[in-house]
Design a protein around this ligand. Structure first.
Ligand code: 16G
Ligand code: MG
Length: 542
C-alpha cells in the first residue's frame, strides 16, 4: 500500500529541473540523461496507474535512447500485449512529468487516478530493463523509488534489447492463457527464436557469412547470447561475424556505426571492414532497427533499407500463403509511411499485387494499421518493422490441413515464421534471421535481392524555421493543410519533375521541418528537395 505522502517524499529525491518541460513523444521521453531523474521517477507512477487501470496486468518500462548519442537516455512504457503505450495516455505521462513541485506531482497523481477511476489500493505490476548506457543504473534507482512509493510489484530484467522487453511483457501477461507467447525470460526468448529459425530454414542452407554491426549497443551482448542457441553454419545454422560489439567503452555507442549511421550517411561503418559483396547488416543502439547493405567494386555502396525488408517479407509470405493453399484465406498487406521510396510502393502494388496502406510516421501508427490485415507487413524506411499475424490468420494457419507435400512444406515454413517474427514490435535480431531465412529459401544473395526493383533517387533535407508547428500535415503526412496555399506551391514544383514526389512535415523529435523529394534522376531529386526546402523557409517567415 502506498500513501500520497510516500509519493511526495520519494519525489523529493528526484526533483524536477526548473524551467525544463518534458513531452512524451513518439519514442517516449528522450534527452540528456542528466535531465531525466524526475521523469523516470514519474514514469514509475504512470506505470502504477496504467497497470491498475488494466486490472493489474504487467506494464513494461524500457530505459533507452536507441540511436541517440551516449550522453542521452530515455524511457518509454510498454502496454500488456507488448505494444507501445496507448496514445491517449501519452498526455498523462506529459502531465506527470511536468508537475512543477513534489506536492503538485502528488496532486496530479491523485487527480489522474480519480479522473480515470483507478483504485490505488489494487495491485500493480511492472517489468523493466535498460540498454548499456552509463546512465542506466542511476535512472533505475529513480524508477525503483517510484515503484516502491506507488506500491508497484516489479521485476528487473537488467540489460535487454527493447524488443526483448516487449517480448517479456507480452509473455508475462499471456502466461497460462490460450495466447501464451512464450517463457517470460531472456533464455525463453533465445530458445523460441532459435527453434523457429531452424524450423523456418527447413533444411535450406544459409550461404556465406553475415557481418552484424551491433552499434556498440545492447544488441552486441544479446546477439552473442543468441548465437549460443543457434546451430553453427557447419550444422545447418548461420555463420555470423559480429562487429561493433564493444559495450565496455560507453562513448562508442552509435559512434560511426549502427543502422542510423548507415542509413543517413549511406556508407558502411568504418570498423566493419566490409569486403566487397560481403553480406552486412546494422542494428541500432537498442536493436529495434535493421538495415542491410553491401559494397560492389564497380557500383559502390548499396543500401537495403526498411522498404527492401518489407518487400522481401511481403513477397515471401505471400508466396508461402499461396503455396500452402491459403492464398484466398490470408490477406497480406503492407504498411508504409510517406518516406517509403516510390519504387518500393509500385513494386508492391504492381508486381506483388498486394495492397499498401500509408500512415503517419511513428511505429505505433504503422503497427496499428498492420493489424487490419490478416498478415500485415510494416517497416519504416529507417529499418524499424515487423510482420503481424492476426488471431484469425494464426487460427487458419494452425488448423489448415495441407492437400499435398508441397502445401505441407510451405505451411511448415509459414508456421515457423509466426514464431520467429517478434509480433510485438520491430526486432532487429529476429528481423535479420527472417531475412536470412528468405534469402536461403530463394538462394539469393544481396545482389539478387537488390535487383527486385529500383529505388527512385531521393533526398531528405532538414529545414530550420522559426515555428515548425505552423506546418500541419494531413493525408498520412503527404499534404500540408497549413500554412494555406503552401501545398499548391509544392504541387506546382513537383509537376515540373519526372516521377516527382515531395512533401514537408514537422519533425516529431527535433525542432525542424523535414522535406523529402524523389524524382527520376539524382539531379532532379536534389533540385526538387532544394526548391521545396526554400519554399518552406519562405512560407514560414511570411
Ligand atoms: C521516432 C519513431 C520512429 C520515427 C521517428 C521519426 C518510434 C518508436 N520511433 O524515432 O518510428 O521514424 O521518430 O522522427 O515510434 P521525426 O518525426 O523526427 O522525423
Ligand atoms: Mg531503436
Amino acid at each position: 500500500m502506498s500513501s500520497m505522502q510516500s509519493i511526495i517524499d520519494g519525489s523529493g529525491k528526484f526533483p524536477k529541473p526548473k524551467d525544463q518541460s518534458f513531452q512524451y513523444g513518439t519514442a517516449g521521453f528522450r534527452m540528456k540523461a542528466s535531465l531525466l531523474d524526475s521523469v523516470v521517477y514519474r514514469v514509475a507512477l504512470l506505470a502504477s496507474l496504467r497497470s491498475r487501470k488494466l486490472n493489474g496486468q504487467t506494464i513494461g518500462v524500457m530505459i533507452t535512447a536507441s540511436h541517440n548519442p551516449p550522453e542521452d537516455n530515455g524511457v518509454k512504457l510498454v502496454d500488456p500485449m507488448g505494444e507501445m503505450l496507448e496514445a491517449s495516455w501519452e498526455t498523462y505521462a506529459t502531465t506527470l512529468a511536468n508537475a512543477a513541485s513534489d506536492e503538485a506531482l502528488g496532486e496530479a497523481y491523485e487527480t489522474l487516478s480519480k479522473d480515470l477511476n483507478i483504485d490505488l489500493s489494487s495491485p500493480a505490476r511492472a517489468v523493466f530493463a535498460r540498454d548499456t548506457r552509463a546512465s542506466g543504473p542511476h535512472l533505475v534507482t529513480a524508477l525503483l523509488e517510484g515503484f516502491n512509493a506507488a506500491g508497484v510489484k516489479h521485476t528487473d530484467y537488467e540489460l535487454l534489447t527493447t524488443p526483448q522487453l516487449h517480448y517479456v511483457t507480452r509473455c508475462v501477461n499471456t502466461k497460462g492463457t490460450p495466447f501464451d507467447y512464450g517463457e517470460p525470460t531472456e533464455q525463453g526468448y533465445y530458445e523460441k527464436t532459435a527453434k523457429a529459425f531452424k524450423a523456418a530454414l527447413g533444411g535450406k542452407k544459409v550461404n556465406g557469412s553475415l557481418t552484424v554491426d551491433c552499434a556498440n549497443g545492447v544488441g552486441g551482448p544479446k546477439l552473442h547470447e543468441l548465437v549460443k542457441y543457434l546451430a553453427p553454419a557447419s550444422d545447418g545454422g548461420i555463420d555470423l561475424r559480429i562487429v561493433n560489439d564493444d559495450v565496455v567503452r560507453p562513448e562508442r555507442l552509435n559512434h560511426q556505426c549502427g543502422a542510423d549511421f548507415v542509413k543517413t550517411g549511406q556508407r558502411a561503418p568504418p570498423a566493419s571492414h566490409a569486403a566487397p559483396l560481403e553480406r552486412c547488416c546494422s542494428l541500432d543502439g537498442d536493436a529495434d532497427r535493421l538495415i542491410y547493405y553491401f559494397i560492389d567494386k564497380e557500383s559502390g555502396f548499396h543500401l537495403l533499407d526498411g522498404d527492401r525488408i518489407a518487400t522481401l517479407a511481403a513477397l515471401f509470405v505471400g508466396d508461402l500463403a499461396r503455396n500452402a493453399g491459403l492464398g484466398e484465406k490470408l490477406k497480406v498487406g503492407v504498411v508504409q509511411t510517406a518516406y517509403a521510396n516510390g519504387g518500393s510502393t509500385s513494386y508492391i502494388t504492381q508486381d506483388l499485387k498486394l495492397p499498401v496502406t500509408c500512415t503517419n510516421t511513428g511505429v505505433k501508427h504503422l503497427h496499428h494499421a498492420a493489424t487490419k490485415f490478416d498478415v500485415g507487413v510494416y517497416f519504416e524506411a529507417n529499418g524499424h518493422g515487423t510482420v503481424v499475424f492476426s488471431e484469425l490468420a494464426l487460427k487458419r494457419i494452425n488448423k489448415y490441413d495441407p492437400k499435398s507435400p508441397a502445401q505441407a512444406s510451405a505451411l511448415d515454413t509459414l508456421k515457423a515464421l509466426t514464431q520467429l517474427i517478434n509480433q510485438t514490435v520491430g526486432d532487429a535480431l529476429s528481423d535479420f534471421l527472417l531475412v536470412e531465412v528468405i534469402l536461403a529459401h530463394k538462394a539469393w544473395g544481396l545482389h539478387e535481392w537488390d535487383l527486385t526493383y529500383s529505388d527512385l533517387p531521393n533526398r531528405l533535407v532538414r529545414v530550420e524555421v522559426p515555428d515548425r508547428n505552423i506546418f500541419k500535415a494531413v493525408d498520412a503526412e503527404r499534404k500540408l493543410e497549413n500554412p494555406p496555399g503552401a501545398q499548391a506551391q509544392i504541387d506546382a514544383l513537383v509537376g515540373k519533375y519526372r516521377s516527382g514526389r515531395s512533401f514537408a512535415r514537422a519533425s516529431g523529435t527535433e525542432d525542424a521541418v523535414r522535406v523529402y523529394a524523389e524524382a527520376a534522376t539524382r539531379g532532379e531529386a536534389d533540385e526538387l528537395a532544394t526548391l521545396v526546402g526554400r519554399l518552406v523557409i519562405d512560407v514560414a517567415s511570411q
